[in-house]
Design a protein around this ligand. Sequence first.
Ligand SMILES: Cc1ncc(COP(=O)(O)O)c(C=O)c1O
Length: 378
Amino acid sequence: MRVYFDNAATTPLDPDVMKEMYKVMESQFGNPSSIHAHGREARTLIERSRKTIAGLLHTSPAEIFFTSSGTEADNTAIRCGIIDHKITHAITSPTEHHAVLHTLEAMEKSGVIKLSLVNIDSKGVIDYDHLETLLKENERSFVSLMHANNEIGTLSDMERIGDLCETYNAIYHCDTVQTMGHYQHDLSKLKAHFLVCAAHKLHGPKGVGFLHINHKIKIKPFIYGGAQERNMRGGTENIYGIVGLAKSLELAYSEMEQHQNHIQGLKSYMMEQLIAHVPGVSFNGETDAEKSLYTVLNVSFPEMEMSDMLLFNLDIAGISASGGSACSSGSDIGSHVLTAIGASSSRPSVRFSFSKYNTKEEVDFVVAKVRELCAVNV
Ligand SMILES: Cc1ncc(COP(=O)(O)O)c(C=O)c1O
């Protein structure tokens, strides 16, 4: 048996998405920038996809810009949001994805901004009072705070951050890569200036995503070139990917509640089973269902011999998951997220992340293997 519990890294393509992409691959090869019939057909597919996405998210198609990835969308929002608006101070958290953290750190290193890190607690929850203090102290900040943490699943309160940013005239970028297609986002109500999606996290294809740019903010392109994406992103469009992205979001929305219940059920069941059968087990990050991404469970195992071999041993046992441990002092190898929440560097951690395709039998299989490994290694 081989089981896949690494859906926060990437998800398998939904067969219906594949079919939709395949249809386009078979019949469409035109360049959407060409004005002849082949080009126009390809352009129609892109604009139809944009309209589908905008409709699901309650926004205008004019606010959706296709990109090559979540990383590109994050970079565009951060670099252009800061440079084009002459921002000199940015706020983020120490648990952001590297697509955000490394971008901001590079900008700080080159002297463009001063970077402040908002305090977080031991579950990775933002200290909103500290955020307010930072916003108060700086005239117009750029705030980049993710919706759900990809390693520990802790959710932020987007409404609260949006209100604070509005009060203090800040620009708000939210990395929603882990939550697009997993929760309903009503962009007509959210106060974020920039939101991000990567199709491969919701059973869509790799190498395509989008940046939502609220009409209240204008930026210049990040990638210069042709007039694609209304002059905002040069480069011939990934038609198949874009069609697949729209289909994956459509499917995610059509069955969202059912999938949420199924996946949250699996996560709760795995927690119960681990607590019942693995002495000393605990969980990293927020576990309250209201405050935690239902697709992610980060498990902290008791100290064991050869703890750095745990993931490898799980892999050998037929389980694909990911993880690591907090960095031990003096080392920068390990998880920056677990280090930031103060997790012990001697306890191995494994992130199990779920999708609609996982089953209770697969969870039982994981728990049984984990029990064996823990019993051998104590
Ligand atoms: C929170 C978060 N942001 C950004 C990214 C980057 O997305 P992509 O893989 O499409 O570049 C990821 C991917 O793991 C992520 O989890």
